[in-house]
Design a protein. Structure first.
Length: 159
């Protein structure tokens, strides 16, 4: 079975993992044009626990958040690319603008986001802390972003 799973399947997987006392780390994002910053971030997130679950914004939510020309890669492709990374255990797609509903389903032991978010501003942070678990941030890799890659391609090859 693949590592890109429905939320229904993920719920069953998580129940099995919890019986085995596995520490679940959750993060989320668009991950459009995966780059070295993403790879390093996900590797650090994985090291915080036993299982890394990535909530992936659907194409429609990426458009609402980033604009009509995004995503560059379709959700199916972004999901498969993420799932191919050694650090990522499961990927599930969510359609909402925020992952708050998905965080409620996952109930992670550790909720992780990039340090561009203040720990107090992370969606779902209050919920995760309410049941005694942890919210953490990971520093970004300087100069590495999808926005920078897109700008570089436009500079080099025109729009």
């Amino acid at each position: 079975m693949g590592r890109v799973v429905t939320q229904t399947r993920l719920k069953k997987i998580l129940a099995e993992l919890r019986q085995k006392r596995k520490k679940v780390v959750f993060t989320n994002g668009c991950f459009d044009l995966l780059h070295v910053g993403h790879v390093k971030y996900l590797a650090k997130a994985k090291r915080m626990g036993d299982v890394l679950v990535v909530g992936l914004n659907s194409d429609s939510s990426v458009r609402r958040l980033k604009g009509k020309e995004r995503p560059i890669l379709a959700q199916k492709d972004r999901g498969e690319i993420l799932a191919a990374l050694e650090s990522v255990d499961y990927v599930t797609i969510f359609k909402e603008d925020t992952p708050i509903k998905l965080i409620g389903l996952v109930r992670p032991d550790i909720l992780v986001k990039g340090a561009d978010y203040g720990a107090d501003n992370i969606v779902g942070g209050d919920f995760v802390r309410s049941y005694g678990c942890k919210v953490s941030t990971i520093p970004l890799v300087k100069g590495k972003s999808t926005k920078n890659i897109i700008a570089s391609v436009i500079r080099r090859y025109g729009k």
